[in-house]
Design a protein around this ligand. Sequence first.
Ligand code: GLN
Length: 385
Amino acid sequence: MEPAERIGRFTESVIREQTRIAHLFGAINLAQGFPDFDPPRDLVQALEQVLQKGGSHQYANTWGAPEFRVALAEKLTRTSGRSVDPDRELTVTCGSTEAMIASLMAILNPGDRVAVFSPFYENYNADGILSGAQAVHIRLHAPTWNFDRSELREAFAEKGCKAIVICNPSNPCGKVFTREELMEIGQVLEEFDAVAVTDEVYEHIIYDKNRHTHMAALPGMSERVITCSSLSKTYSITGWRLGYVWAAPKWTNAIRKVHDFLTVGAAHPLQMAAVVGLRSEPSYYERLAADYQRKRDAFCLHLDRAGLAYLLPQGAYFLLADISHTQMGDVEFCQFLAQEIGVAAVPGSSFFEYPVTHLVRFHFSRKDETLREAGQRLERLGERI
Ligand code: GLN
């Protein structure tokens, strides 16, 4: 007896493997993207109170605690401009990771095709395989990360895709899809009666003049867009595993069935405490984006001094750096970087379906002093290669 055939079709997470390598060599982890700083104090205090008060130590409603869904619906209504129904349109999941797989399993049949922008976050490949679907990649072209309209159309017209996965802002390249781009994608979805599954976990980490658009709130898109997101990055609580799906009742009913049998539900006390975060003032989100922009700019100065070229992200907290001049492949370079320089990154090849070995991904969700130390180590790179 062997493990199921589908298991052989994807590898373990390359990102989390780099975390293990970072631990092995005591390197600063700029590979797996999560903060090394604590969440806002009021969230931690709320959790203490919730735990002491009791009443939420057993399962929550499988769709999510009502208090959480009401607070989330209010927040989404405010940020998207579309009225969100907490009872019929929201499902609380164990992170956006569960939100994505539950959504894809709820909408795709074995053998269906799903379009995925490339570079892509590694989960989407595994999600596609676990749902029995086949991925069709649409390239985002550096340096602007624009896509080719004819390639988009071809994915639906000729390759028969039923859905498209859109990570906005994008992990790993930091692209923020404009309203116009999302409207264009929406027109194609309408033409071919297809849907989008969006991953918007970095929705509040947006730089410069860029703006995040909730595709689901664009005209005509309420039944065509299934929005997945989480509280992990917005409130620096990746370990709380709180995500959600926002979708029209038709999709929500199907997604809730998958979710119920996959996990039953996300941790009840953590949902209750997170209500405080969901009720944050707009200034909280402005400060979050400003803090990350400062981190991005400080880290980029170190990369400049280290002689590493990169593309400035418009959103999210990752960037892809070019290592062509090192004469090393990305996997070899990441091993060298962790072992000899003391900084861990992710080989870029794990984000592309075509051969790309000259890029590595760094994240900058670290305390200023951690980033400074990592940056100083990277500046020594020139002497070593
Ligand atoms: N999304 C983050 C990254 O790309 C964390 C991944 C994870 O381990 N869930 O690094």
